[in-house]
Design a binder for this molecule. Sequence first.
Ligand SMILES: C[S@@+](CC[C@H](N)C(=O)[O-])C[C@H]1O[C@@H](n2cnc3c(N)ncnc32)[C@H](O)[C@@H]1O
Length: 245
Amino acid sequence: MRDNFFDTDVAQRYDEGSAEMFAPDVLGPTVDLLADLAAGRPALELAVGTGRVAIPLAERGVPVHGIELSEAMVAQLRAKPGGAAVTVTIGDMTEATVEGRFGLAYLVFNTIGNVTTQDDQVAVFANAARHLEPGGTFLVEVGVPILRRLPPGERYAVFDHTDEHLGIDEYDTATQLMWSHHYSSADGTTYRRSSVPFRYVWPAELDLMARLAGMRLRDRWADWDRSPFTGRSTKHVSVWERIDA
Ligand SMILES: C[S@@+](CC[C@H](N)C(=O)[O-])C[C@H]1O[C@@H](n2cnc3c(N)ncnc32)[C@H](O)[C@@H]1O
């Protein structure tokens, strides 16, 4: 049984806590690119969450189905205007099966890292590929591991430091695991901690996972605006296509 880190408490605070990811300058290019790739065909969002991306994509006329582990996140999606347009299967994206075939599958906002073993990340790629129609594409948005910020021997990197929130990433380079530790406070004196585990993964390793699933890299950009991916990029938006030779 997979751990669910997105219980009712987290789900109720998710949209407010991720407000910058709902900004029009983030969501606009996101939905533009996904709608282009879907090209009128249905899309499957793995880990659809509260519908941050799925709802505006459905509003653009793309039929969207989601797979999601957390019923609490889906309850938030359902309560939103436009939420009813997104159909959802509750399940684990490594194995959940949905009826039909899709022109596009996508997994955004670093969520491939929520699957914390290599075998399970490979299974996510295989499951995405299984749901694609011939020529369909799979898109992943994920950060490039920031190990270059760690001096030799160090395992902690502070990524946020305000009175309300202290964020520290902890890395174990032996296992390729990391934990994002969040210390949140309403009054700046007492803090509540939550820690979520991730498996960080390199672009080239994702390409191998895609190849194992019968897909090949079609595009890799630094962001949703299709800017070039370079050695200085902090994240990537990668698209693999099913090989149907
Ligand atoms: C950071 S949120 C992203 C939600 C949404 N895609 C977005 O961009 O706002 C991560 C989501 O992944 C879901 N999740 C994590 N592991 C999962 C799994 N193995 N199968 C399905 N959903 C999963 C969580 O429940 C949560 O809703």
